[in-house]
Every structure is written in C-alpha cells, then in structure tokens.
Ligand binder design. Structure first.
Ligand code: ZN
Length: 693
C-alpha cells in the first residue's frame, strides 16, 4: 500500500484551515482525506478518524474536546466541520459505567456536542474517546478483513502483523466495543495498533502522520502476508463474453424486476418496485464461474456493517427460468432467519422486506437491487470489494465470516436502521420513466419535474447536441438518475434499442411519456402530401411504436405502469391551415384511448394531457413553435412577444401556459392521485371550445 503523506500538502491544509479551525483539525482533515481516498481502506462510511484537541466554550473557558467523524460525511472529501466536536471529559466518564444502552449512548453523544447542528457522531465515537492517543484512525481495510475472516483468523493475523499488534475478538460496535478496546489497550499500551476480528483496524499516534504511517505499515504487512499464503487461483475460465452476458441480462431483467416488486397495501400502487444495477464485467463473470463462488457469495458478509446493504445472504439464481420459485425460497429463508433470532430483535424494530439485494446468476453476472439507484450503487461497490477479499481468502485458505447472531444484531441495530430510514425515498423514487421528444421545451420541462420527484429518467430524442446538452445539464443536479438515449420514434429498431438501453441501465421501466411531435402549417388545398406523411410518421407511427413496445415490456414486467400521451387542444378544436397537425394528433390521441382499454388489465393507466401553445422552457425553445410560430405570426401580423400575448388573452384565465404546467399534469397522473384512465386534462387556461367531452 502506497504511503501518500506529503509535508507540502499537509502544510497547504494547515495554511488553508488552521486560522479558523485550529492546526489539529486542519491536519486531521488532511490525514482523513488520505485515508478516505483509498477505497481498499474505507468504503461507504466504513471507517472513522478523530483528534483530541481543545476549544473555547461560550464562557471563554478552554475545554478538552474530541473531534470525531460525523455520520453522513465522506472521509475522502471531508471538511473540518465533518468532524463533530464533543465534550471529551463527559465522554470519558462513560467508561466507568457498567452498561449503557444504545439509545442512552446516542443520547449522550448528541447532547455532548459543542454545536447543536453538528452531524451525529459515529457510533464508534466512544472508542475514540476511551483511547488516550491524540490522533486515531479506524478503517475496515480489505487486507485486514482478508486476514480475519478465516477459521484461524486470529492466529494468521498475529503471524502477519507481529506480537506488538493487539487482536481483539469480535464485539458489536457501540459501548461494549469501546470498553473492550480501551481495556485491551490498557493491558498493552506499547502496542502499535489493534485488529478487531471481522471488523477492521485501529491505529493511533501523537501526530496524524504517525497514526497514518501505522495504518499504511500494518495494511502493507497484511497484504504481503496474504500474497505469501496464496497457493491457488480460483479462476479457471477466462472466456466468458461480457457482451453475451449483457445481452442475456437485458432479456431477463424486466421479468426479474417484475418478480422482485413487492406487493403493497396501496390499491393505487399495488407493487413497490426496485432499481437494478447489473455487474456483467469480466472480473465478476470470472468469479461467479469458479467452483467456490456460490459458497462464498452466500456466506456471511465481510463485515457486519455491510449487512444492511447486502442482506445476510445473496440469492444464487441457478435457473433464471425459475425466478418466482427462487424468490419464494429466499423469502422463506429470510423468515426463518428472523425467527431464529426473534428474541434479539430490539423493541420497535420490524423485519425488513424479504427481497435479496444481491443476486448472482451464472452466465449473466451479479445484479444489485436497491430502492433507488444510489442504494443499488452502494451495494454494487460493496459486492466488488467482497468479491476481491473473499477471493483472496479462498486462494490462500478458507473463508469464515461472522456468526449469524452478530450479523443479525448489526442488521437490526437501531442506528443502522435509522441510516436507512434517514434517506427518504421521494414519491417517484422507485420508478423509471422514458420521455420522448425530451430535448424540446415541453419534454425538458417534464424530465426536470420527474427528476425533482425522485424518478430515474431516460430522456429520448433524435441523436444530436440538443439531447446531449439536456442530459448533461440535468445530470449536474440529479447525478445517476438521468440518461440521454438517442431514439427515432418512427423506427421500430430504434425504439426497441432504446428500451433495451434503459432496461440495461435500471432494470426496466414504469412510466412512458409520449411527447415527441411535429407540426406543419398548410391549407388542405396546398398540402404537400410528403410533408403530411412526415407528420404521420412521427405523430401517429411514433405513438404506435412506443405504445406497442411499452405494452410488451409491461406485460413481461407484470408490475403495472403508467403512460401519459401529450395530446393537444387541436384534437378537440382544430384550426384552419393546421390540418396535418390536428389530424395526426387526433390519431395519436385515439391510439392512447385504445391503449387505456387494452392495458387496464395489466394495471397500466393511460391518460392524456392537452396543452395550448407552449413557447419555451427556460432557454430551450419549443421545436413546434420554431416551425409554426413564424407562419402564425405572419398570419396575425404579430411579433413573437405579441403572439405569446395573443395566446394568453384568448383563454378564460388569461394565463400563459408553461412547460411546468404541462409537467404538473403529467405528475398528477404519474403519482396516481385518482383512479383514472383514458382521460384528458386540458392545460390551456380555459378554452371552452376545446374542453374534452
Ligand atoms: Zn468500524
């Protein structure tokens, strides 16, 4: 492991932070980032650092404080505020207690903060308080997990790291662990560090650099020892094709995602869906095709804090044809697991849902399951680490993880459950939407509104800069939840390819917004039939092709869905010289009504929104109006502003219709506020002639 400490960088942190936060916290910030930027040391909060220093209280008195990493802060990017300052003397007093319940410990940590708005300190804060050293680093280093997760783990760890490193049996994180760590330290104060079995490493020092050096030195020794022990390679077959696996995954994902969807109590939304992230890369495939993969993946997680992300075991799906049976079997296993440990369930906690979060499928790869893409992505990172560490152990010995009751305790540890509960899933957080014609004014407004409600959005349009720049803009605010997918709605192949892309990205689709459209101004006498056919292809064929593909996908998923078609007020009240648009949109509208009849038995609702003219969405001009606006302006002798005012003044409410208004109507249907299908909401400020009837 590379030693990355640089005095120049440390000085730069000092210069930047010391005047405001003091030199201890400035250098703590630097050293914490060095540790955080090394994924083999810490992963998704699996580690924490601290410094003991002094601060001035409101009465002008200097008091000893412990600054320890607050939950929700990432060591890789931590700022001085990411370490929560606590009254050190008060925490140290807790060591004399015989017992301290979890809730009492959390209450103590929260009430002994120097700043009421500082983050909740790590549940390992007391461990930092009880150890006397000034700087402490605690990591869940891969190499330490690879030493300790073995039947003879303690012995191997001593051999690898030497007798001057303390090896402590597994104790559940919290007060008991803090006391055990402090006791072990008192018995051997000259030690260089401490290994917690199945958990991680603690190092300490008078300076941040000393403590960091110990972490690097001990982890390097662990790596070297494992390399020396390694006798075999698990990998026999290097010929699995990633492309073939990805293709198989895309064929399987909709049925898998549909089967995973949980029945809910709500008649309006009978299935709660999940987001799926596949791992079909060569390394994953090589691993799951080894003889040991099944045993290793279904064995205990590497460390107990992984369990809320991975569940106590992965699902090994040997036969993808039999998904339902496999999920039923997994749910039974889950029920038995809960029953075996029922007496350990803390008061007020309830069993979690019986769905796996990690599914290994020979010939395909590993699928990570989450309520949102962020959840699934954390699980995927943990699975990557798990594969590497378990493989290293199997190649140099035998894997043995934590016992099940320890895992159960950590899974239902109230603080762990609070971590999951703290991230609120937005109204559309478990859903995936496709929007056609997304690069236009209405389409981009719809994409933005769906993203704001937590949805995962595939923005589709003809390939080009407009689509690319939309996806790039939205990605800044909603990272991981927007993709731009080129799609030509008039081409069967293009539509089917785009659906496959979305399935490959998130596992399936729940909401389809058909918005792509073309307009043309011409009297019937002058109509160029080729222009008319161009409109037919986009407005009619486009609606049909997307509806057909949607119907097939929703049938396979078997977990319901929604379709919203952006219609127009012209369907009800056509305009002269607007025949091509009015007639083709009327056909599209009628197809949507047919879809509402045909799809209802699949719990798929199909509804329409009929706006009057929308000119722009921020800087994005409406393509429709670029086509129609100039003619309309000429016809009425108006300039651009004048035309907008003309449209505004012709409705009852004298309102300008915006893309946001249209998006709100889409959201009304997408969030299933009423049991409605086959209906139209006008978004036009009130135009009596075009009110649907
Ligand atoms: Zn830990």
């Amino acid at each position: 492991m590379t030693h990355r400490w640089s005095n120049t960088q440390a000085d730069a942190f000092h210069a930047h932070y010391a005047s405001e936060h003091g030199s201890d916290l400035a250098i703590r910030t630097y050293a914490s980032r060095l540790i955080g930027q090394e994924p083999t040391l810490v992963l998704h909060g699996g580690g924490n650092t601290s410094v003991k220093t002094t601060m001035t209280d409101p009465f002008g008195e200097t008091i000893p404080v412990l600054c320890v990493k607050g939950s929700g802060h990432d060591l890789a990017r931590i700022e001085p505020e990411g370490h929560t300052a606590l009254d050190l003397e008060a925490l140290k007093k807790a060591r004399s207690l015989e017992q301290l319940s979890e809730s009492a410990m959390v209450n103590l940590l929260l009430t002994k903060r120097l700043h009421a708005d500082a983050a909740t300190p790590s549940i390992e804060a007391l461990m930092h308080a009880f150890l006397p050293a000034k700087f402490i680093d605690h990591t869940h280093a891969d190499a330490i997990l690879a030493l300790t997760n073995r039947p003879d783990g303690a012995e191997i760890t001593r051999q690898a790291l030497g007798e001057d490193v303390i090896v402590l049996d597994y104790v559940k994180p919290g007060f008991s662990l803090a006391r055990a760590v402090a006791q072990a330290y008192d018995n051997a104060p000259e030690s260089r560090g401490m290994v917690l079995m199945h958990h991680g490493l603690i190092t300490w020092g008078k300076s941040a650099e000393k403590s960091y050096e110990q972490t690097v030195a001990l982890v390097s020794r662990a790596i070297e020892h494992i390399e020396n022990l390694t006798k075999t390679s698990l990998i026999q077959n290097r010929e699995t094709s990633e492309a073939r696996s990805e293709e198989r995954y895309r064929a399987l994902a909709p049925a898998l995602r549909g089967a995973l969807a949980l029945p809910s109590e709500s008649p309006d939304r009978p299935k709660e869906r999940f987001i799926l992230l596949p791992m079909t890369d060569a390394e994953t495939l090589e691993f799951i095709h080894t003889d040991e993969a099944k045993a290793l993946l279904t064995a205990a997680p590497l460390t107990s804090d992984h369990i809320i992300r991975t569940r106590h075991t992965a699902l090994w799906l040997e036969n993808p044809e039999a998904i339902e049976e496999a999920l039923t079997h997994y749910a039974e296993q889950h029920t038995n697991y809960i029953a075996r440990h029922a007496e350990r369930m803390p008061p007020g906690e309830t069993p979690r849902d019986p769905r796996p979060r990690v599914i290994a499928i020979p010939g395909i790869g590993i699928v990570c399951v989450g309520e949102t893409v962020q959840d699934a992505a954390i699980t995927r990172d943990i699975v990557r680490q798990t594969i590497q560490v378990k493989r290293a152990i199997a190649e140099s010995g035998r894997y043995q993880g934590l016992s099940e009751e320890h895992l159960f305790d950590m899974e239902y540890y109230p603080q762990q459950q609070a971590k999951l509960a703290a991230r609120t899933v937005a109204p559309l957080g478990r859903q995936v939407a496709l929007v056609t014609g997304a690069a236009g004014a209405i389409g981009s407004g719809i994409c933005r509104s769906l993203l704001e409600k937590g949805c995962h959005v595939a923005a589709t349009d003809l390939p080009g800069d407009a689509l690319k720049s939309l996806a790039k803009d939205l990605e800044k605010e909603h990272p991981g939840r927007i993709i731009g997918v080129p799609m030509d709605v008039t081409e069967t192949k293009s539509v089917s390819w785009a659906f496959k892309e979305i399935i490959g990205t998130w596992g399936g689709l729940d909401l389809v917004v058909i918005n792509a459209g073309l307009a043309h101004v011409s009297s019937l006498a002058d109509m160029d039939v080729e222009r008319f056919r161009t409109l037919e292809r986009v407005n009619v064929d486009g609606t049909l092709l997307v509806l057909s593909e949607t119907a097939r996908l929703f049938k396979t998923q078997n977990s319901g869905g929604d379709v919203v078609v952006i219609s127009t007020k012209n369907v009800f009240c056509p305009g002269a010289s607007f025949g091509a648009y009015s007639a083709t949109k009327a056909a599209s509208h009628q197809l949507a009504r047919i879809a509402s009849l045909e799809f209802a038995s699949m719990d798929v609702r199909v509804n329409m929104v009929s706006p009057d003219g929308v000119f722009s969405d921020g800087a994005r001009r409406s393509g429709l109006w670029a086509e129609v606006g100039p003619d309309r302006m000429k016809a009425r002798g108006l300039d651009e502003q004048g035309l907008e005012t003309y449209y505004q003044n012709r409705n009852l409410l004298k309102m300008r219709v915006t893309s946001e208004h249209v998006a709100n109507a889409v959201l009304f249907f997408a969030t299933r506020q009423t049991p409605t299908t086959g209906a139209t909401i006008p978004v036009d400020g009130g135009l009596p002639d075009s009110t649907p009837r």
